[in-house]
Design a protein around this ligand. Structure first.
Ligand code: FMN
Length: 328
């Protein structure tokens, strides 16, 4: 077991800047500098994937915009939550080393690493005083990430948006908790303040919230995506690895519109999706939308500040309700 004696104790309030133990999860083609800044301003750790920027120059521009926004908040006497950058730390990501260099030059405080778990990446991040939270979908992934020196584990459980894990959150978090006491960030279906509290109760430390924020006004989601999110609930979410080879949750109406037969999809091998014309669906993000099981809570597009304030209010109410229940 990796104990806190092995791992330095992290301040998970990040200097009292988090109003609620939540990270706004990185989302390819959805996260934006504005969304990241508004998360941090509202007391939630904001984040974005480096690979969501089309080039290194644009990555640097995004970081400039965020750093300037953070500096402006600080000089106005505010204490924003820190932001994090998501890096795919895998040799298949051609941009990995250069993007890591950029993060090093900026001394980005938190790096959310996904795929692979190279020790050198974690060492590099620790070298500039940063911390690395690594995505895991199984106890085996967790073991490898701990061996390599991850500071925290993002348990991507069944029901998450984007590429998802498939294990039930109670089961995955307890198996990981049995092997370590490093922070666990629970991901998958969290769309209410009471679920944030539940993530802590089940042995987690922070909640990772993606889908619930896709329709935020500051996100890069287009109108069609927003309309699909508002119209759908958990019954409309379909798990398949057939589109791009890894298990991901997709909105059924968007699959059907692309001519994909759901019954056929259910028996299609990973990466072999077939549309109505018999062609492979080339661009999974052109009108085929991903969302997690928590999509049912999205009723409209709202500013990040409002969505987060609601989560904070729900979290506070859930704590009071739980106190009452436990007092009986
Ligand atoms: C549209 C979308 C894009 C995503 N892109 C990424 C990504 O680029 N990198 C990553 O690590 N996770 C990505 N994810 C996964 C999220 O970071 C997070 O694990 C997930 O959204 C949590 O589950 P939830 O959507 O049920 O809240 C994406 C999720 C969504 C919904």
């Amino acid at each position: 077991m990796t104990t806190s004696a092995d791992a330095p104790t992290l301040d998970l309030t990040f200097g009292g800047t988090l109003r609620i133990p939540v990270i706004a999860a990185p989302m390819f083609l959805v996260s934006s500098p504005k969304m990241t800044l508004e998360s941090c301003r509202s007391g939630v750790m904001g984040s974005f994937p480096a690979h969501s920027t089309r080039s290194r120059d644009i990555f640097v521009e995004w970081l400039d915009e965020i750093d300037e926004g953070m500096a402006a908040m600080k000089s106005a006497g505010k204490k924003p939550a820190p932001y994090a950058v998501n890096l795919v730390v895998h040799p298949t990501n051609a941009r990995y080393e250069g993007d890591l260099e950029v993060c090093k030059a900026r001394e980005v405080a938190v790096i959310l690493t996904s795929k692979g778990a190279p020790e050198e990446a974690f060492q590099e991040i620790h070298g500039w005083g940063g911390i690395a939270f690594h995505d895991v979908a199984s106890p085996r992934h967790a073991e490898k990430a701990l061996e390599a020196g991850a500071d925290g584990l993002i348990a991507v459980c069944g029901g998450a948006g984007g590429h998802t894990g498939t294990v039930n959150p109670f089961a995955l978090v307890s198996e990981i908790r049995a092997m370590t006491d490093v922070p666990i960030i629970v991901a998958g279906g969290i769309n209410h303040g009471r679920s944030v509290l539940a993530a802590q109760a089940m042995g987690g430390d922070l909640a990772y919230v993606g889908t619930h924020f896709i329709a935020a006004e500051e996100s890069r989601a287009n109108d069609d995506y927003r309309e699909n999110l508002i119209a759908c609930s958990s019954k409309d979410v379909f798990l398949s690895a057939a589109l791009d080879g890894a298990p991901a949750n997709w909105l059924i109406p968007s699959l059907e519109r692309a001519g994909i037969d759901i019954d056929e999809l259910a028996v299609t091998r990973p990466g072999k999706i077939v549309g109505s014309t018999g062609d492979k669906v080339k661009n999974r993000y052109s009108g085929i939308w991903t969302a997690g099981h928590g999509v049912g809570a999205i009723a409209e597009s709202r500013p990040m500040a409002k969505i987060i304030q609601q989560l904070v209010d729900e979290y506070d109410a859930a704590k009071a309700e739980l106190d009452r229940k436990l007092a009986i």
